[in-house]
Design a protein around this ligand. Structure first.
Ligand code: ADP
Ligand code: MG
Ligand code: MG
Length: 862
């Protein structure tokens, strides 16, 4: 019942049901939260009644009463949304404390130190969350008290000390709110419920929701739960544990705890906690019971759990469980292991890994063979390597990142208020806090590298520097961190290409068994082709030929071809280009080892191969002064003249694609011949190659008809010359709306269609994809005029409809017509799902996205 009770509430109920030791409590539903907002942030009277009624039941169950000095009930008021948003919303602990109940607590527990410590915690938390008084003031006072009394840490404070602190705290509250600290527990309760409801819309919760695409209308539930105390002495404590390592996925309990501490102490990163395995010696029985509980919860939820627990005088209580956030690496390892353990099915395992998350594993990392000189070492909280400038403030990190700088956020610890800085940074480094601290949890969730609890670095926030022994690292200095090992290094460190781990390959094999969509790659050189093959590409869906023309060694010849005044001059230049192109194609076709390779003939407008006009104007002007009449000047003037001739108002809608081939057929002819010669050469060496020749930017069937003839003629010519029978096909890109809606006619001349969804999006929306994003698209997305950037996520309603139409009409003419998509969408999960539904045969994406596409294609069929 997550929708109604929130994740925390639903799981608390579930755990109670399966007999786990959960403190009694009740949940105020998300419906009540929405009613609160509808009533202009007031709890409607009927909801108030229900809360009071539930409170009475809780009082009966526990035998305690809220505000009763003899038998005081203390509760926590905990937020809990449908989708977990760790630490983003508010929680109040020890509610029900006042000047009278604190004495009752002291008497009942025979521990006045504990009672007054709990009271001051409550004042601090309630004042911060409900009355909006900054914790800083309380912490400052506490620090002053510690110094004054010569204590090193909080547990040294006596009951009398805490009483003094409490008096000071009350003064702070009075000063900042102009009211005394509220003593009536019911008042405290309703104030807190309001505050938790309101925390649904605090800044960091809003940012977190936006980042994780969680809808804003869901609201949060509120859990009222009787308190258990981890701060009752050395036989008490509190902790957090994951049932498996959330960073690597290793099947091993992973967590931390603090003795004599309460609630947030562990996650807040203020004291560095102890690793969970030492609990085995400190409290063997509790440890054993906890291990069993972990196993039970994993079996029950069939997933890795993130569990909060508290031990009160040797008795274990479970306070929360949820599916643990994890890195991509951990997600894969856990999913694969759980199949092997028989906990889940392969299909479920495939759904457990988010294709977007895989990006993390397909990034470059530090070369293991590189001799590193490590500056310091902390806890390896989230893997990945990152290099960047050191910055100490979240706001600063955000500003620098906006300027395109790569930064590493270095903090003593992070709080939920730093979330925007973590988003902006390449990585996070903290000097305090453990592997379950806020920074670690958030970084892992985002797939960012993170090192925590690196006590070797001494941070001086005021001087904006940190030092390790003699070494000083100032704001703006570059460091590299390796989140997998916890190492920090000065300067930039060389990185290498990623490889797929064994588990990753296992998962991808399962994906291949499941998926129906083919996965190809976009590649136009042998290196990319090789990488893509390694990542499992089953062919090339788009090999662009223009990059080959851009090679600096070739540009002069390409320009010669463009400058040609007549056919025979142009032919001369093309004769020089042909063997170069042939070499390119041989390399690529060889790497693809007989898998199909779609080669697109020249697409961009010719001016792209020419120098910039402004540059030429400056150069010719200079030459006219320095060396008038020189050959160089003449050459530049000629270039400038041609550049002016080629100039177009709207080059992306101009003379490009097949329009080039139509007007200068000799260019396409040369390319077609180069392809077929390459095939012939490979055949001589006993290798098979399957080129698919693709004509770009066709809008009318007649264009394709002409170009098809041209390609066939080139093939026949090569066959005549070499005596080889060539296997090839000819198709077109569908990237103009007219082509999609006349696909039945176009299919007469095509063996395949490849939907060029980049240009198709551009031409369907009429947005220039090179300009739109910066100018208005961002605003459109922010204002929800468009749900997503259509250049990133395929627009199903518009562009998608054209794709479907194209497929259907094309197949009406040619039932066997092969169809694919190339362009950015081919590596994006939602677009891939759409392609599968539209009956497309394959998607094609950049080499590094091939594994993502394989998984997403499998998920589409499940
Ligand atoms: P969050 O969602 O931010 O984790 P929680 O509601 O889980 O917030 O509470 C914060 C901390 O307080 C947790 O460490 C939790 O274990 C502790 N806590 C919450 N309720 C109780 C309770 N009834 N008794 C003892 N500790 C509690
Ligand atoms: Mg919690
Ligand atoms: Mg195009």
């Amino acid at each position: 019942m997550k929708e109604l009770l929130g994740g925390k509430g639903a799981n608390l109920a579930e755990m109670t049901k399966i007999g786990l030791p959960v403190p009694f409590g009740f949940t105020i539903s998300t419906e009540a939260c929405n009613a609160y907002y509808q009533a202009d942030k007031n709890i409607p009277p009927d909801v108030q009644d229900q809360i009071l009624q539930s409170l009475r039941i809780l009082e009966e169950k526990t035998g305690k009463v809220l505000g009763d000095p003899e038998r005081p009930l203390l509760v926590s008021v905990r937020s809990g949304a449908v989708f977990s948003m760790p630490g983003m919303m508010d929680t109040v602990l020890n509610l029900g404390m006042n000047d009278e109940t604190v004495e009752g607590m002291a008497r009942l527990t025979n521990n006045s130190r504990f009672a007054y410590d709990s009271y001051r915690r409550f004042i601090q938390m309630f004042s911060n969350v409900v009355l909006d008084v900054d914790v800083f003031f309380f912490e400052q006072l506490l620090e002053e008290t510690r110094e004054l009394k010569g204590y090193a840490s909080d547990p040294e404070l006596t009951a009398e000390d805490w009483k003094e602190v409490i008096e000071g705290y009350k003064k702070i509250v009075k000063k900042h709110t102009r009211k005394a600290f509220p003593q009536d527990p019911k008042e405290q309760l309703f104030y807190s419920i309001n505050a938790v409801f309101n925390s649904w819309n605090n800044q960091r919760a809003i940012i977190y929701r936006r980042l994780n695409k969680i809808p804003g209308h869901l609201g949060t539930a509120v859990n009222i739960q009787s308190m258990v105390f981890g701060n009752m002495g050395p036989d008490s404590g509190t902790g957090v544990a994951f049932t498996r390592n959330p960073s690597t996925g290793e099947h091993q309990l992973y967590g931390e705890y603090l003795i004599n501490a309460q609630g947030e102490d562990v996650v807040a990163g203020i004291r560095t906690p102890q690793p969970i395995h030492t609990l085995k010696t400190e409290m063997p029985d509790v440890y054993q019971q906890f291990v069993e509980t972990c196993h039970l919860l994993e079996q029950h939820y069939k997933d890795m759990q993130d569990i909060e627990f508290t031990v009160e005088r040797g008795i274990l209580f479970i306070l929360q469980t949820r599916n643990g956030k994890r890195t991509a690496q951990a997600a894969i390892t856990i999913a694969v292991d759980m199949v092997k353990e028989g906990v889940i099915e392969k299909k479920e395992a495939l759904l457990r890994v988010d294709p977007d998350q895989l990006n993390q594993l397909l990034h470059r990392r530090i070369d293991e063979n590189y001799q590193r000189t490590q500056l310091a070492k902390g806890l390896p909280a989230s893997p990945g390597a990152a290099t960047g400038e050191v910055t100490f403030e979240a706001d600063e990190a955000e500003l620098l990142a906006k300027d395109g700088k790569k930064v590493i956020l270095v903090r003593p610890e992070t709080t939920p208020d730093d979330i925007h800085g973590i988003v902006a940074a390449q990585a996070v480094l903290t000097s305090r806090g453990g592997m379950t601290s806020h920074a670690a949890v958030v970084a892992r969730g985002m797939g960012k590298a993170c090192i925590c609890g690196c006590e070797a670095i001494k941070i001086d926030l005021r001087a904006r520097e940190f030092y390790v022994g003699e070494t000083v690292v100032k704001e703006g200095d570059v460091i590299t961190i390796d989140g997998a090992t916890g190492e920090i290094m000065l300067g930039e460190i060389p990185m290498i290409d990623p490889e797929l781990s064994e588990e990753f390959q296992v998962l991808l094999r399962w994906a291949d068994e499941t998926r129906k969509l083919g996965v190809r790659t976009n590649a136009d050189n042998p290196e990319d082709t090789r990488k893509a093959r390694e990542f499992g590409a089953e062919g090339i869906g788009l090999c662009r030929t223009e990059h080959m023309f851009m090679d600096p060694a070739r540009v002069p010849i390409v320009q010669e071809m463009i400058l040609a005044e007549n056919y025979s001059e142009r032919k001369e230049a093309l004769v020089k280009l042909l063997p170069m192109q042939q070499g390119d194609f041989e390399g690529i076709l060889e790497e693809m080892q007989g898998f199909p390779v779609t080669i697109r003939l020249l697409d961009p407008p010719l001016h792209e191969f020419m120098p910039e006009k402004e540059e030429l104007i400056i150069e010719t002007t200079m030459l006219r002064i320095t060396s008038p009449g020189s050959a160089e000047l003449k050459e530049k003037e000629q270039l400038l003249k041609k550049v002016r001739q080629l100039e177009e108002f709207n080059p992306m809608l101009g003379h490009r694609g097949c329009r080039l081939g139509m007007i200068h057929p000799e260019i396409y002819e040369m390319q077609a011949k180069a392809i077929f010669y390459a095939v012939a050469r490979l055949a001589e060496r006993g290798m098979e190659a399957k080129p698919e020749i693709m004509i770009p930017l066709v809008g009318h069937v007649n264009e394709l008809k002409e170009m098809r003839k041209l390609v066939i003629d080139a093939a026949n010519l090569v066959t005549e010359e070499t005596g080889l029978n060539l296997t090839y096909s000819i198709g077109t890109m569908i990237e103009i709306p007219r082509a999609a809606i006349t696909a039945d006619q176009i299919a007469e001349e095509a063996d395949f269609f490849s939907f060029g969804t980049n240009d198709l999006t551009q031409t369907t929306f009429g947005y220039s994809r090179d300009d739109a994003e910066g100018k208005f698209l961002q605003a459109y997305i922010e204002n929800k005029i468009l749900p997503e950037n259509p250049f990133a996520v395929l627009d199903r309603d518009g562009v998608g409809k054209l794709v479907e139409t194209g497929v259907q009409l094309g197949r009406k003419t040619k039932p066997q017509l092969k169809t694919g998509i190339c362009g950015e969408h081919g590596g994006e999960k939602s677009s891939i799902e759409f392609c599968y539904q539209a009956g497309i045969d394959y998607v094609s994406c950049s080499p590094y996205r091939v594994p993502i596409a394989r998984l997403a294609a499998a998920q589409a069929t499940i």
